[in-house]
Write a protein that binds this ligand. Structure first.
Ligand code: PEP
Length: 249
């Protein structure tokens, strides 16, 4: 089964209205492969979602960087999944390592968020990944499997889920995983899905890589058989994001 390449741009907590408009204009002018070959999803901070949604070229999509774990209500400062749907936002990134580490989001909490977001019709980019300490102690596969299991335990369909393998030691550090390191973990994640969810889900679920991807290293990573795209942080704010989108072909 073919897995369409997906490139996500995580803008994190960056930007002003002027900067956001500049990025959207840059994206609008770019010549990229058609939607049949690559799906592009950019993820601005919450406050810029409406403006990006209204100005972005129609073949690119918009994701939120987070949403509340259940139906909205008395949860000061949170943004609900229903609100995203109401805005016409179809995607959300959940379980990013910055939120897991800085805001103590547990595997189970991330699993609950994924399940709730799916239940209201959102598509989810669910992030997993090990710290340097965990890699060095040989527990990479155990860590990402446990993070994936917490999601698998609570969802009934993987149709609208993309898994982003983002080694924490590679995020924002300039230390990208080698193509072999990325392929090895993506292979193990796909095997985990096959053994624990099913062969069809394993074959069809996209597993994208994130962590210091840039215009120079994307081609080799994209050539790995189990790498189905990228989640890009820093480089998604720059013109090289276009080169990363083009690495799909
Ligand atoms: C990210 O934040 O998801 C990420 C991959 O960041 P960077 O590309 O900057 O390492």
């Amino acid at each position: 089964m073919g897995r369409k390449f997906l490139v996500g741009g995580n803008w994190k907590c960056n930007g002003t209205i002027e900067e956001v408009k500049k990025i959207v204009t840059m994206l609008g002018e770019a010549e990229v492969p058609s939607e049949d070959f690559v799906e592009v999803v950019v993820s601005p901070p919450f406050v810029f979602l409406p403006i990006v949604k209204s100005l972005l070229r129609p073949d690119f999509h918009v994701a939120a960087q987070n949403c509340w774990v259940r139906k909205g209500g008395a949860f000061t400062g949170e943004v609900s999944a229903e609100m995203l749907v109401n805005l016409g936002i179809h995607w959300v990134i959940l379980g990013h390592s910055e939120r897991r580490a800085l805001l103590n989001e547990s595997n189970e909490f991330v699993g609950d968020k994924v399940a709730y977001a799916l239940s209201v019709g959102l598509k989810v980019i669910a992030c997993v990944g090990e710290t340097l300490e965990q890699r060095e102690s040989g527990s990479t596969v155990a860590v990402v499997s446990a993070q994936t299991k917490a999601i698998a335990d609570i969802i009934s369909s993987w149709e609208n889920v993309v898994v982003a393998y983002e080694p924490v030691w590679a995020i924002g550090t300039g230390k990208v995983a080698t193509p072999a390191q990325a392929q090895e973990v993506h292979f193990e994640l796909r095997k985990w899905l096959k053994d624990n969810v099913g062969a069809e889900v394993a074959a069809s679920t996209r597993i994208i890589y994130g962590g210091s991807v840039n215009g120079g290293n994307c081609k080799e990573l994209a050539a790995q058989p189990d790498v189905d795209g990228f989640l890009v942080g820093g480089a998604s704010l720059k013109p090289e994001f276009i080169d990363i989108i083009k690495s799909a072909t």
